[in-house]
Design a protein around this ligand. Structure first.
Ligand SMILES: *Cc1c(COP(=O)(O)O)cnc(C)c1O
Length: 220
């Protein structure tokens, strides 16, 4: 018999190292699916469309922490700024500026991650290593006081070849350590990497936050 959402969630969650945070990626899934995961104890959910996340925020329990994991459009930030818990996809300096502005309007400091382009595919968004290093050298806290850049996010190439995936995660993990030396803030401690197909490799290479959808909720 097919395992329930709660069973799949429990197996995954109980096997994660304690220092790794699980974001249950619930994009495209109906509220009943999220409610089942919530009943099983999950409180952090990841969505990739702002409107869908707003609808779910309005109808589901208020102690859920909502993570925006998808590509962020500047004109949509205002809709999530009142409640979003973490924004993973900061892929341009302009996005940080926009998020800062909307956070300020809401009297909030919003956690976010700088998205790195680590995959071979052209379609994936994000900074390359040199651009990101320059960004952090500028000192982001003073420039964007209403955003709290908590770390980095990246997606490996979508391939069966484990050596490629591992090498990309390792490179990002090494870069994260280097940037930590520049930032020197204790709260700069999140490395979001790993999805259903590659999260065990990501954890071996130093991930502190995994974004898992289909292994919990089924295919989309
Ligand atoms: C959809 C998505 C995930 C989850 O993918 P699964 O393969 O279903 O685990 C993780 N991260 C991002 C950025 C996504 O868009």
């Amino acid at each position: 018999m097919e395992q329930s959402i709660a069973q799949k969630l429990n197996v995954i969650a109980s096997n994660l190292p304690t220092e790794v945070t699980l974001v249950a990626v619930s994009k495209t899934k109906p509220n009943v699916a999220l409610e089942e995961a919530y009943e099983a104890g999950q409180r952090i959910f990841g969505e990739n469309r702002v409107q869908e996340m707003v609808d779910k925020f309005e109808t589901l329990p208020k102690d859920i922490q909502w993570h925006m994991i998808g590509h962020v459009q500047g004109n949509k930030i205002k809709y999530m700024a009142p409640f979003v818990s973490m924004v993973h996809g900061m892929d341009k300096a302009k996005r940080l500026k926009e998020l800062n502005k909307e956070a300020e309007k809401n009297n909030r400091v919003i956690d976010c991650l700088v998205q790195m382009h680590i995959a071979k595919e052209e379609s994936k968004f994000g900074f390359d290593y040199a651009e990101a290093e320059a960004l952090f050298e500028e000192g982001l806290e003073k420039k964007y006081p209403n955003v709290n850049v908590r770390g980095l996010m990246g997606m490996a190439t979508n391939t069966e070849d484990e050596t490629v995936v591992r090498a990309e995660f390792k490179e990002l993990s090494d870069f994260f350590k280097k940037i930590k030396q520049i930032v020197k803030l204790p709260a700069f401690n999140v490395l979001s990497m790993g999805m259903s197909g590659d999260y065990t490799i990501a954890i071996e290479e130093g991930s502190t936050m995994v974004r898992i959808g289909s292994s919990i909720f089924g295919s989309r």
